[in-house]
Design a protein around this ligand. Structure first.
Ligand code: CO
Length: 208
């Protein structure tokens, strides 16, 4: 993509929107009330809104390397706090993707400098599920499975927070784990057992 074409594209996009709805930007300017918080990977192929068919105003988005949710990450914690308590989203989604470079990097025995502490969280997911992962002979299948388990563990990390626990109790907020298949374009619901996880981890992580 040529950087010079972006502003031209933007003009065309405005014209397209106004053609279908002359008040489009008046409505957009009035505020947002998205029902979904999406936490995904920064990977340029995994465009949050486009793969869901979502329009501006419908999804609150946070993206980082390998769709991580880590309790000392002030950025991610602030996003969840704002989305859950102020925007009152009904669903929080963690969306991973097959072919994730961040997960691939975490599987390598290599010093990656400043990326080490970030990727360590993915290595922790591997350690938690080492038995299952080491039983998979096919390297590609093992890689895919770690991507799925990483999504699941980031969902668990979300459920450990007071904001999510409170919103679930008070208004039935749900956490979902998805994977985007970059080879087919398909979005897959991992159907993580939200209530089962909640019940299990509340034995240790209950915050009130
Ligand atoms: Co990725």
């Amino acid at each position: 993509m040529d950087i010079k074409s972006i502003f031209e594209n933007n003009k065309n996009w405005i014209a397209e929107k106004l053609e279908t709805s002359p008040t489009y930007f008046d409505n957009l300017g009035e505020g947002q009330s998205p029902e979904i918080l999406y936490i995904g990977c920064s990977d340029s192929r995994v465009t949050a809104e486009e793969l869901m068919g979502a329009n501006p105003g419908e999804v609150f988005v946070h993206r980082n390397i390998a769709n991580m949710f880590i309790s000392i990450d002030l950025n991610a914690m602030s996003v969840v706090n704002y989305a859950v308590n102020y925007l009152e989203v009904k669903h929080v989604v963690v969306c991973g993707h097959y072919g994730c470079g961040g997960v691939k990097a975490a599987m390598m025995s290599k010093d990656l400098g400043i990326l080490n502490p970030w990727l360590r969280n993915i290595r922790d997911v591997y350690r938690l599920h080492m038995e299952e992962l080491n039983a998979i002979q096919d390297e590609e299948k093992k890689y895919d499975r770690l991507i799925e388990l990483n999504v699941q563990e980031q969902c668990v990390n979300l459920i450990k927070t007071a904001d999510i626990q409170k919103a679930f109790r008070e208004r039935g907020l749900l956490v979902h784990g998805w994977v985007f298949d970059v080879h087919t374009g398909r979005l897959i619901d991992l159907k993580i057992d939200f209530k089962g996880i909640l019940e299990h981890i509340m034995k240790i992580y209950r915050l009130d």
